[in-house]
Design a binder for this molecule. Structure first.
Ligand SMILES: Cc1cc2nc3c(=O)[nH]c(=O)nc-3n(C[C@H](O)[C@H](O)[C@H](O)COP(=O)(O)OP(=O)(O)OC[C@H]3O[C@@H](n4cnc5c(N)ncnc54)[C@H](O)[C@@H]3O)c2cc1C
Length: 339
């Protein structure tokens, strides 16, 4: 196991703020993880498990231990003529996994192409895009309980998935470390092209196929979202708020162009990016932090921003959206501190 001291985290999270961790430990298998959890190093200080840091904002140096999984494997669990179950280690890069599925003609993961991060975090976050969520393909999440060092398996239902939500972000927060995830994919073509203009975009590029869907989604994403390797960001900073239909109707009377998505008879989802744009934030820079000029939902590190500068900008945005629309935006990005 690799344990480093006083290490810069700049390249370990996509906001790229210049913060340090007192200790950084990377394990390559479950035995190493269990040994680490029982060690004084783990027991005697605050700790935080990262994936590839694409949904995190460090608000300062982390005076404790950062853990990272380097469990890298993909294996077939079971297979019929129609379906296949694959297990992937928590440290596998998510998009490498999607590419593997597409190359092998397994249907179900392709809409989640190019989402940054690792397999372990995908199951914590319930990542989603283009009308699909990872919960639609997950059958099991394999974990180690931090307190006991014992392995457990959560079924899809036990994970209590919701929009960017899971039990691992709520009741079970900080209690388990994901070591692998099992997904079930179809070997028979099943496409999910109902999201907005996705089908038309795919057809523009040629015949409907797994490869074409993946390439189309990659092209759309690359055109819209800033590349964290070029400009620090963590994707959508806030979640899209879900508001009661009665409140939505009142707002619609004032803002007839307000985009929305019906969740149920009593709830509507409104794009947070639109709300932020209406408050005049799109493309604005405040100190070293800013709001992306193509997508107002993405906050960016303009170079040397500190975590606190980004937090302050997020607070200002929250305040103006609250004042104009009476809607509280909730960050999707996770704030990390050792305090
Ligand atoms: C440019 C960009 C675009 C994005 N687009 C999307 C999108 O379309 N859809 C979407 O859903 N998200 C999107 N995101 C957000 C991000 O990709 C996801 O949240 C992703 O799942 C984070 O993975 P990660 O490995 O980087 O996890 P991190 O950000 O490092 O961690 C996220 C959470 O998972 C926990 N965690 C990580 N690994 C483990 C583990 N092994 N066991 C237990 N807990 C763990 C962490 O403690 C933390 O709470 C985007 C981000 C960026 C930068």
């Amino acid at each position: 196991m690799k344990i480093s001291e006083n290490i810069s985290l700049k390249t370990y999270h996509t906001f790229g703020t210049d913060v340090k961790a007192a200790y950084f430990a990377e394990y390559t298998n479950i035995d190493e993880l269990v040994e680490l959890l029982g060690s004084d190093l783990f027991q005697q200080q605050p700790s935080f498990h990262i994936g590839s840091g694409s949904n995190l904002l460090f608000t300062g140096d982390f005076n404790g231990l950062i853990l990272h999984s380097a469990i890298h494997f993909i294996r077939v669990v079971s297979e019929t003529d129609q379906k296949i179950q694959l297990e992937a280690g928590s440290g596998v890069n998510w998009d490498d996994f999607v590419e593997y599925c597409v190359q092998n003609n397994y249907f179900g993961a392709e809409n989640l192409s190019l989402i940054p991060g690792e397999v372990g975090a995908s199951a914590v976050q319930n990542i989603g895009a283009y009308g699909a969520e990872v919960k639609d393909i997950i059958t099991e999440v394999h974990v180690i309980e931090i307190e006991s060092g014992k392995p457990f398996v959560f079924s899809n239902q036990e994970c209590r998935y919701g929009y960017r939500e899971s039990i691992f972000k709520k009741e079970a927060k900080g209690k388990y470390i994901v070591t692998s995830v099992v997904v079930e994919l179809s070997k028979i073509p099943v496409y999910q092209l109902g999201y907005q203009h996705l089908e038309a975009e795919v057809i523009k590029n040629g015949e409907i196929s797994l490869k074409n869907i993946r390439e189309t989604i990659i092209a759309i994403r690359t055109g819209k979202l800033p590349d964290p390797k070029v400009i620090g960001n963590a994707g959508s900073f806030f979640m899209n708020p879900v508001i009661p239909t009665t409140k939505f109707r009142e707002l619609l009377a004032t803002y007839p162009g307000m985009p929305h998505f019906t969740i149920s008879e009593t709830e509507e989802k409104v794009p947070a990016g639109w709300l932020i744009e209406q408050c005049g934030w799109k493309g604005k820079t405040v100190g070293n932090a800013g709001v992306h000029d193509k997508q107002a939902l993405v906050l960016v590190n303009k170079g040397n921003a500190t975590g606190n500068e980004i937090v302050q900008l997020a607070n200002e945005i929250q305040k103006s959206v609250q004042e104009k629309f009476n809607i509280l935006l909730v960050p999707e990005v996770i704030y990390v501190s050792s305090k």
